[in-house]
Design a protein around this ligand. Sequence first.
Ligand code: NAP
Ligand code: COA
Length: 262
Amino acid sequence: MTTFAGKTVFVSGGTSGINLGIARHFAGEGAKVFVISRDPNKVGAAVEELRALGAEADGMSADVRHYDQVEAALADCAAKFGQIDILVSGAAGNFLARAEKISSNGFRAVMEIDVLGTHHVMHAAFPHLKKPGAVVFNISAPQGSVAMVGQSHVCAAKAGIDMLTRSLALEWGPLGIRVNSVSPGPIADTEGQKRLVPDPKAVEERVNSIPLKRMGTLDDVSELVSFLASDKASYITGAVIPVDGGTTLNPTPTRMAQFLDG
Ligand code: NAP
Ligand code: COA
């Protein structure tokens, strides 16, 4: 019997990178896993990969900016796999740009994917969450607590997500639902890192700026999520928990700023 055998896990943005790493971890622990993202090819590939691990898995193409799509996906997940035990809101958008170069639409895109999208996932999941017992995760980032050059939109969005985490922990705690943010630092070989540190010298400087002197791995993140989802963490809610090698202590390597200035 594995730790999450028979549990139902829903992951928004669960078709690549860190979120797929989390989906994979739960699939490997016996959970039934449902993933969503915009690109149907990515959804199909992720579902195949999760099934190849022996898990019951499914998914749907959905854009978290559109409530009706999120609602349909959560209803389909619950109809197929039953009440949701573990909910992960991980869909996000990022690009590196100084505030004066971000258009209204650019700022809106990130706020709508990250903040509105998280509200959509929480709201549409609520009727399907196991009460008591469900565990909810919002995927944050160091930008939620420290300012970074070229990241004003993401800083605003992730800080908003962390306040959603605290607010929902307050509202849903009495129902027996725990809500936490997990805040990864720079995770190697992910889309997020490709966007933030696109040149090799910047990567070197990034690594040097991290107190633990290495990028994180997908397993670093999924092991934390796994612990927080377990009964061992049954008194933890409303927390923003870093898994970042100390990145938030030293957030903006100077070369990231130089890169922006050309
Ligand atoms: P990623 O591979 O690009 O993951 C983002 C996921 O969200 C993809 O599955 C993407 O698939 C989906 N997505 C994007 N927009 C969406 C939308 N509007 N509706 C539904 N799904 C959408 O990036 P990642 O680097 O692994 O990041 C994953 C999470 O970790 C994000 O929340 C990010 O902020 C956080 N994070 C990452 C790092 C890092 O080092 N990479 C550090 C800190 C925090 P589609 O394109 O198919 O929609
Ligand atoms: N600098 C400044 N503005 C940028 C930009 C950049 N590097 N990249 C995109 N934008 C702007 C666009 O110019 C557009 O604004 P405009 O209409 O005023 O020109 C706006 O952002 C929306 O871009 P668009 O490509 O139409 O949006 P989208 O909804 O298809 O995609 C993004 C959303 C921009 C966040 C896109 O990068 C994305 O889909 N990201 C998901 C994957 C990801 O970011 N992974 C890492 C997670 S940490």
